[in-house]
Design a binder for this molecule. Structure first.
Ligand SMILES: CC(C)(COP(=O)(O)OP(=O)(O)OC[C@H]1O[C@@H](n2cnc3c(N)ncnc32)[C@H](O)[C@@H]1OP(=O)(O)O)[C@@H](O)C(=O)NCCC(=O)NCCS
Length: 174
C-alpha cells in the first residue's frame, strides 16, 4: 500500500495503540493484555503501521519457547487494523513484515489462533501437533495454525510456553 510506514512501536505509541483496539474489536477487551505485553519485561515484537503519520494498524508477537523442542517460537496476537483502513492490505503487510523480522531474529515457528481464511493467505496452515498454551474449545481447534520460517521442520508435538499474561480463558475461547 502506497505511503504505509511500518516500524517498531515505542513507549509514546501506547495510548494510540490502546485506543485502536476497542474500535477494531468492539466485543473484546484486549487492552489490558496489550498494555501488559508492551509495558512489562516480555520478549515481544510489536509493530505499528502508519499512514500519513497516523496509526492504522498494530501487530504483536510474543516470542516463546516450546516444550520438547529447542527452537524459538512466536505467537501472533493480536492484530488490529483501524476500521477505516481495513481491507487495504495493512494487516497482510504487518504480518509479512513481522515474519521477516522474526526470521532474522532466529524464530523458527509462528503460531496463531485466527480465521484460517485470513491467515492461510499469509502461509499459515492448520496445526495439530504443537498445542496452544491453553486448552481450546472444540469449535476453535481449526483456528489454531502455524507457519515455519526456515528449514527447521515444525515439531510434531509439544506446547507453547507463554508468559502468565496469556493464561486467561477469555483469550482462548468464546
Ligand atoms: C482482520 C484484520 C486484521 C485484517 O486486516 P486488513 O488490513 O483489513 O486485511 P488485509 O487488507 O490485509 O486483507 C484483506 C483480505 O483478507 C480477507 N479478510 C479480511 N478480514 C477478514 C476476516 N475477518 N476474516 C477472513 N478474511 C478476512 C478478505 O478476503 C480481504 O480480501 P478482500 O478485501 O479482497 O476480500 C482487520 O480487518 C481487523 O483488524 N479486523 C478486526 C479485528 C480482527 O478481527 N482481528 C483478527 C485478528 S486477531
Amino acid at each position: 500500500m502506497h505511503g504505509l510506514d511500518i516500524r517498531d512501536s515505542r513507549a509514546d505509541d501506547l495510548s494510540a495503540i490502546e485506543s485502536l483496539y476497542p474500535r477494531a474489536f468492539p466485543d473484546e477487551v484486549l487492552v489490558p493484555l496489550v498494555r501488559q505485553l508492551l509495558t512489562q519485561e516480555h520478549d515481544i515484537l510489536s509493530l505499528i503501521a502508519r499512514t500519513g503519520g497516523t496509526l492504522a494498524g498494530h501487530i504483536l508477537f510474543t516470542i516463546c519457547d516450546m516444550t520438547g523442542d529447542d527452537t524459538k517460537a512466536a505467537l501472533l496476537a493480536p492484530l488490529a487494523v483501524e476500521p477505516q483502513w481495513q481491507r487495504q492490505g495493512i494487516g497482510t503487510a504487518l504480518i509479512r513484515d513481522g515474519l521477516a523480522r522474526l526470521k532474522s531474529a532466529g524464530v523458527a515457528h509462528v503460531y496463531v489462533l485466527g480465521d484460517p481464511a485470513y491467515y492461510g493467505r499469509s502461509g499459515f496452515n492448520p496445526e495439530t501437533g504443537v498445542a496452544p498454551p491453553y486448552p481450546l474449545p472444540d469449535e476453535y481447534r481449526a483456528a489454531w495454525q502455524s507457519l515455519s520460517l526456515g528449514a527447521a521442520l515444525p515439531p510434531d508435538h509439544g506446547k507453547l510456553k507463554l508468559p502468565d499474561v496469556w493464561m486467561q480463558p477469555a483469550l482462548w475461547g468464546p
